[in-house]
Write a protein that binds this ligand. Structure first.
Ligand code: NCD
Length: 319
């Protein structure tokens, strides 16, 4: 395996400013890690001697555990900061907490925070690589990359691919990162949601907008479902979850509007019976949900490897 640089910056803050070559480079590298992750010995020493800190201010199952596994499989020392028991609960600010951790000389800091722009702020203040693991409703770059890897591994080309992103787009950083990535790669993106769950400037994203599942899913190759992010809603955005499921919940009947052979994705966590029916989520003929989780580890290994290459070639923490 060569160790040519992939990323032109020392952080991964979003998809918006990545080039097609950078995205493709990360996907290609992740393919090799997907193979390694299925082998008996899953370890390499690409990050040997390096320290990775996970700093999650919002709950996470998939993202945090896959960054932890990714770091460990690459040979790094990994520390998960437990925000609930840290001094954050005593009122310490994000910057003070991060500066304290920075003094312990980590090489890479993975951060999830409820405020849009938090990762970028840290990247400006700290002298280690920063990876955005989700900032408010702004971006979640590794989710979009793992989704792209999952699609590509099913043999689907991005050029002309029709992807319907359905549900709570307004509050979704997953949707934003996926829109950037899919449009850059030549896919056609549809947003399917009631008006209340679309951002006010949705018509400027370069996507087709649909307010009903029948027209939104017609001819779609990929149906990507999003969770109703109730924790980011200040009032009632939908009349009731029952009614929401009736109009926007994905069941086999609505999936039949899509192209025959269409595949279903969901970043998790799922709310079964709200945005997706269990019969679809658990149908291995159509659902890519478990594969997305598997590819999450591979993509995070590729991102950490790519950032470490920058460090080794004269980045700020170069020896
Ligand atoms: C998403 C997130 O946190 O943005 N989850 C994830 O990382 N897999 C989506 C969500 O919370 O609904």
């Amino acid at each position: 395996m060569t160790s040519a640089p992939i990323l032109s910056t020392s952080h991964l803050l979003g998809i918006e400013h990545l080039s097609v070559a950078e995205i493709t480079g990360l996907l290609d590298l992740a393919e090799t890690y997907a193979v390694l992750n299925r082998a008996q010995n899953k370890k390499t020493d690409v990050l040997k001697g390096r320290t990775l800190i996970n700093m999650f201010f919002e709950s996470s199952t998939r993202t945090q555990s896959s960054f932890e596994l990714a770091g460990k499989r690459l040979g790094a020392d990994v520390m998960n900061m437990s925000v609930k028991t840290s001094s954050v609960s005593k009122g310490e600010t994000l910057i003070d907490t991060a500066t304290t951790l920075n003094a312990m000389r980590p090489d890479i800091l993975v951060v999830r925070h409820q405020d849009s722009g938090a990762a970028e702020l840290l990247a400006r203040k700290l002298d280690c690589c920063v990876v955005n693991a989700g900032d408010g409703s702004h971006e979640h770059p590794t989710q979009a990359l793992l989704d792209a890897l999952t699609i590509r591994r099913r043999g689907r080309a991005f050029e002309g691919l029709i992807v319907a992103i359905c549900g709570d787009v307004a509050h979704s950083r997953v949707a934003r990162s996926n829109i950037h990535l899919l449009l850059k790669m030549g896919a056609r993106v549809r947003l399917v949601a009631p008006r209340t769950l679309l951002p006010a400037d949705a018509d400027r994203f370069g996507c087709e907008i649909h307010h009903d599942m029948k027209s939104g899913l017609a001819g779609a190759d990929i149906v990507m479902m999003l969770r109703l992010q109730l924790e980011r809603m200040s009032g009632a955005f939908v009349p009731s979850t029952r009614e929401y499921f009736h109009f926007y919940g994905l069941d086999h009947k609505k999936l039949a509007y899509a192209k025959p052979g269409a595949l279903v994705m969901h970043p998790g966590p799922m709310n079964r019976g709200v945005e997706i029916d269990s019969a679809v989520a658990d149908d291995i003929e159509v659902s890519l949900i478990q594969e997305q989780v598997e590819m999450g580890v591979a993509i995070r290994m590729a991102v950490l490897d790519a950032l470490a290459r920058g460090l080794a070639s004269g980045g700020r923490n170069a020896p």
